[in-house]
Design a protein around this ligand. Structure first.
Ligand code: C2E
Ligand code: MG
Ligand code: MG
Ligand code: MG
Length: 285
């Protein structure tokens, strides 16, 4: 199969033998070119100011409308893409589409920031900064229109290399958020030395906030740490009002989760905004 795949122009791929299933190989081969075939989609999940509920920005989350398998969530293909340079092509597509959509919203008077998830291979690949520069220029967007989410493990894996790229991003003016924070073991010293803008507390601590004292302790100390370092704090996976209230009390700046909205089709965003304005204008008794 491998030889055949290479004959078809699939890039060389050498995974651990136990993880190289034929199904994975086929899916990966299909994923290459999915963007050009119009099979990729972006959904956008609102990120709201904790104090006011005001929409601050949106996180772009990729989906794959697969011709046979239906709508696939990133769980079924992002990790696979990350094993090869396919993740670079995927991220190219996501950045271009997010910038196009952001431009369209701005043209409608919606001044929104869009966050894009960036994997280790992409952050360290060397093409990210020039690509961001050109995508911003192409759509006439200020650098503040886009924001990157990188996971804690991406920072940890090659800290010197990460520091270099983060410095270039800071210079460019594109903000960087540390995603899924609290799941790795980033040293406080390392965190304070990197040019970062935002910390996103991982959803697991949010879901346990009201029931698990250990999760509440982590949520509180992450907040204190982040604010001392001058970072904006986001809590993700907020599903109920009680949890949102507690996160506000602790001091989180931004909240994201099903309580506010699931990842939305961009066409549904104006409707969602109008419904919220209507609800704010006539609060329940
Ligand atoms: P993430 O960046 O941590 O994104 C948050 C995930 O939590 C999203 O899942 C979102 O739909 C889900 N979520 C949001 N609110 C809630 C909630 O209230 N409760 C619960 N239970 N879940 C919630 P999704 O869209 O399936 O994305 C999963 C992961 O896939 C993302 O985690 C991110 O790591 C990765 N991913 C998504 N899009 C991209 C992309 O364009 N590029 C890269 N490299 N990775 C991506
Ligand atoms: Mg994210
Ligand atoms: Mg996350
Ligand atoms: Mg995640």
């Amino acid at each position: 199969l491998e030889a055949k795949a290479q004959g078809l122009g699939v890039q060389v791929w050498q995974p651990a033998p136990d993880t190289a299933s034929a199904t994975d190989m086929l899916l990966l081969a299909e994923l290459r070119g999915a963007g050009e075939r119009g099979e990729l989609r972006l959904r956008y999940q609102p990120q709201c100011e904790a104090a006011t509920g005001r929409l601050r920005g949106l996180e772009a989350l990729v989906r794959w409308q697969h011709p046979r398998l239906g709508l696939l969530s990133p769980a079924s293909f992002v990790e696979l893409a990350e094993r090869t340079d396919t993740i670079v092509d995927l991220t190219d597509w996501v950045l271009a589409e997010a910038a196009r959509q952001c431009r369209a919203w701005r043209d409608q008077g919606l001044d929104l920031e869009v966050s894009v998830n960036v994997s280790t291979r992409v952050l360290h690949g060397g093409a990210l900064v020039p690509q961001l520069r050109s995508v911003l220029a192409e759509h006439g967007l200020p650098p503040s229109a886009l924001r990157l989410e990188i996971t804690e493990t991406t920072v940890l894996r090659r800290p010197e290399r990460a520091a270099l790229v983060l410095g270039q991003l800071r210079e460019l003016g594109v903000a960087v958020s540390v995603d899924d924070f609290g799941t790795g073991y980033t040293s406080l010293a390392m965190l304070s030395e990197l040019p970062l803008d935002e910390l996103k507390l991982d959803a697991r601590f949010v879901s346990g906030l009201l029931t698990r004292p250990a999760d509440a302790a982590i949520a509180t100390s992450v907040l204190e740490l982040a604010h001392r370092l001058g970072l904006v704090t986001v809590a993700e996976g907020v599903e109920d009002e009680e949890t949102a209230e507690e996160l506000r009390r602790i001091g989180y700046d931004t909240l994201q989760g099903y309580l506010f909205a699931p990842p939305l089709d961009p066409a549904a965003l104006p409707l969602w905004l109008r419904a919220r304005e209507a609800a704010a204008a006539s609060p329940l008794p």
